[in-house]
Ligand binder design. Structure first.
Ligand SMILES: [Fe+2]
Ligand SMILES: [Fe+2]
Ligand SMILES: [Fe+2]
Length: 424
C-alpha cells in the first residue's frame, strides 16, 4: 500500500467529506455531525481534554451517524429522544469503521453513542471509550433538542433545553459531562456558534489543521469503499451499484491502456460518483415507475451534490470532476455542467459508460435487470447519438462478456470488497 504519487489526502479531509455526505440525508437538517463535534469539543475543552482528545472528539462527532443512509432512519434520529431501533445505525457505523485502521478508534464509541451512561459499565469497554461515547450521546441530544430553534429563538429556548438535559444527569448522561455543559452553555456565544453559517466555517477551519495522517492509496480506496457502501445502502435497488461501477470502470480503463495510477483514480471516482444520491429522497429512489418531471429534477441534482462533497477534499484533484461528470454527454447532453467536448476527459467518459452499463444490468424498481444484448443495444444507441464516447463503447462491445460479469458481480475476482468490509 504505497503512497499514491498523485493523491495526497489527509485523513481529516475525508472525515469531513463523510459528514458532508451523511448530512445530506436529512435535507432540512444539515450539519448535525458538525454541531455534535463542536458541542463535544467545547465540553471536552471545559474538562481540560488534551489537543489530541479534542481533535478526536470533534472527528467522532463528525462520524457518529455514518450508519444513517435513509431518511426514515434520519427522522427517528431527529424526532425522538430515545427509540427502540437506535442501535441499528450505531451497529452499522461500528461495522463500517472497525476494520479500517485509521478510523477504527472511533468504532466502539459509535457503537454505544445511544447507550445510557448507567448501562455503559456493563459493556466491557474502556473508561475512555465509555466517556467518549457518552459525550457524543449528550452532544447529540443537545443538538436534537435545539434543532428547531436555530436561526430563530435559540437564546430563548436554551434554558428549557438545559433543564431537559439536566433531568437525565446520572441516568442517560454522566454527571461530570452534564456539569461541564451547564458551565459552558451560559455564554450566548456557545449557542450562536451552532448556527449553520458559523458551524460550517468552524469545520472548515478545523479541516485546515492537518491530522498528520496522510492516507496511502489502499486506505483512500478502502475509505471510498466505506463511503460508497453508505450511499448504496440507501436503496435496495442500488445495493452494490457504486462498487460495481468502480470495477467495470477500472476494467475498461485498464483495457483502454491507461496507466495503473490512472486506473486507481478511475476506480476511486467510480466508488464515489453517486455520493450525492444521499440527497435524493428515499421515495424517489425507490419509486416503482417512471419519475415525473418534479421527481426527475430532484434526482438530477445528485451529481452536482457529488461534486460539492468531493471538491472540498484537498488533494483529490481531478477525481472529483470525473465522478461529478458521470451524467455528462460528449455531445453536451446530460447534466449538470455541460462541459465542452474537449473538457470531458477519457476517464470521465469511461465512468459515464460504466455507470449506465451497470445500471442497465441491475434490477430497478420499475424493471428487471437487462440481458447483455439489450444493454449493448442501448449503449450503442447512446454512442450513435453522441452522448457516450465512441471509442469507449467500441471497447465495451469488444469486452462485453467480461463487462457484463463484472457489472453483475458474478466474477469471484471482483466485487469482494463489500464482503471484506464486514469480514471478521
Ligand atoms: Fe446517532
Ligand atoms: Fe448517478
Ligand atoms: Fe450511478
Amino acid at each position: 500500500m504505497d503512497q499514491s504519487p498523485d493523491l495526497n489526502i489527509d485523513l481529516r479531509q475525508m472525515v469531513i467529506a463523510i459528514e458532508t455526505a451523511v448530512s445530506l440525508v436529512g435535507m432540512n437538517d444539515t450539519n448535525h455531525g458538525k454541531r455534535v463535534g463542536y458541542i463535544a469539543s467545547q465540553i471536552g475543552s471545559e474538562l481540560g481534554f488534551s489537543d489530541l482528545d479534542l481533535q478526536y472528539v470533534f472527528e467522532l462527532g463528525l462520524l457518529h451517524d455514518c450508519g444513517v443512509s435513509t431518511e426514515q432512519m434520519h427522522s427517528s434520529l431527529v424526532n425522538h429522544f430515545d427509540w427502540v431501533d437506535a442501535h441499528v445505525h450505531c451497529n452499522i457505523g461500528y461495522q463500517l469503521l472497525r476494520s479500517f485502521e485509521p478510523l477504527s478508534k472511533f468504532a466502539i464509541p459509535i457503537l454505544y453513542h445511544h447507550t445510557p451512561w448507567t448501562e455503559l459499565s456493563d459493556k466491557n469497554i474502556s473508561v475512555q471509550d465509555a466517556r467518549m461515547a457518552n459525550l457524543i450521546f449528550l452532544s447529540d441530544r443537545i443538538d436534537v433538542l435545539s434543532a428547531s430553534h436555530y436561526e430563530s429563538d435559540i437564546l430563548l429556548a436554551k434554558d428549557a433545553i438545559v433543564q431537559s438535559i439536566t433531568g437525565y444527569s446520572g441516568s442517560y448522561f454522566a454527571p461530570e459531562l452534564v456539569e461541564a455543559f451547564q458551565r459552558i452553555e451560559q455564554t450566548e456565544a456557545f449557542w450562536i456558534a451552532l448556527e449553520d453559517r458559523h458551524i460550517t466555517r468552524y469545520t472548515w477551519d478545523m479541516g485546515h489543521i492537518s491530522s498528520h495522517q496522510p492516507l496511502t492509496l489502499g486506505q483512500i480506496k478502502q475509505l471510498s469503499l466505506i463511503m460508497s457502501y453508505i450511499v448504496d445502502q440507501k436503496s435496495p435497488f442500488t445495493a452494490q451499484h457504486s462498487v460495481r461501477v468502480a470495477d467495470v470502470a477500472r476494467f475498461i480503463a485498464s483495457s483502454y491502456g491507461l496507466s495503473p495510477a490512472q486506473c486507481d483514480k478511475v476506480e476511486i471516482a467510480g466508488l464515489l460518483h453517486d455520493l450525492g444520491k444521499l440527497h435524493t429522497p428515499d421515495d424517489i429512489l425507490d419509486k416503482p415507475g417512471a419519475l415525473n418531471s418534479t421527481e426527475r429534477a430532484i434526482m438530477n441534482q445528485h451529481s452536482y451534490e457529488t461534486y460539492e462533497i468531493l471538491r472540498h477534499i484537498e488533494g483529490l484533484g481531478e477525481v472529483a470532476r470525473w465522478a461529478a461528470f458521470h451524467h455528462e454527454g460528449v455531445n453536451g447532453a446530460g447534466y449538470p455542467f455541460h462541459p465542452k467536448e474537449r473538457d470531458l476527459s477519457t476517464e470521465a467518459r469511461i465512468i459515464a459508460v460504466a455507470d449506465i452499463f451497470q445500471a442497465l444490468v441491475q434490477d430497478r424498481p420499475y424493471r428487471d435487470g437487462m440481458k447483455l444484448e439489450q444493454v449493448l443495444e442501448i449503449i450503442n444507441e447512446l454512442s450513435d447519438t453522441g452522448k457516450l464516447d465512441k471509442e469507449v463503447t467500441v471497447l465495451v462491445n469488444r469486452l462485453a462478456d467480461q463487462c457484463y460479469e463484472i457489472a453483475k458481480g458474478t466474477d469471484p475476482n471482483n466485487n469482494q470488497a463489500y464482503l471484506n468490509l464486514f469480514a471478521d
